[in-house]
Design a protein around this ligand. Sequence first.
Ligand code: ZN
Length: 277
Amino acid sequence: MRVLRAKEAGLPLLMLEIDMNSEPVQRVADKLAACAACYRRRVNDPATPGTWTSRRTGEEGTVPYWETLYPETGLPGWPPLAFVFTGAGPRALANRMQDLAELAQEHWAAQERRYGNDGYLDFTGKVPLVLTTLDRLQQYGPHGFTWRRVAQERGEFEPLLTALTDTRTEAAYQQREGKRRAAEQARREAERAAQQAEQDQRLQWDAEEDEEEAPVVPQCATPDCERLVDAPVDWYTEIPVPPEDGISCGPCRLNQAYRNRGLRGALRRMRKASGDL
Ligand SMILES: [Zn+2]
């Protein structure tokens, strides 16, 4: 397997394997499996040496081995692997590519993450695999429609960087999900606002009805009396109380009646006293 580094040519790091059609296709599939195993291999992180326990029990303090060899690949995820097929006719090579894809599916096929009617393809721990024939590579070049990405929902020959770009990504899914959540929240807020407006309208109608039903009763005109003029005289009185006049409340009219009687009594007593003189 060769390692192709041609950054100046706009190519990412590429593991390159030329297949001469000289061995069973299972051997080619084994090479892909070996590549995946190599990518999975972890070593102690030279930057933070792990303890014996962390080395034994987890990934803490370790890094993927390949990252120590190729710190910058130019692409996210594992370094891509390219197989270039030659040594037979186009039809035989197409069959060989198809056979390889079927034999090595566990190493390239993304996990489908489905959530409701949506989801994404999770390529974590999968080899970005592209295939072509030497004829096609020579005809179109690495930037032409040369490469077949072996992944779900792919099939046509694409330029290398297009072929290595994942489709139906988690990032795109999260963006759609975010928009759906925002729309749902906006819908709920609009619903709440509509309910509130309806309630406010109902309260306003009720208040208007109350106003219509109950004309405003003025307050009693007596200073410091806080009763309304229609406040009744609701206790027994032995003296006649003047009828409602729209000016003074019942208790005030009763007080007035008492005062008038007292005044009359005093006048009578005064007259009587002057007559006696
Ligand atoms: Zn009063």
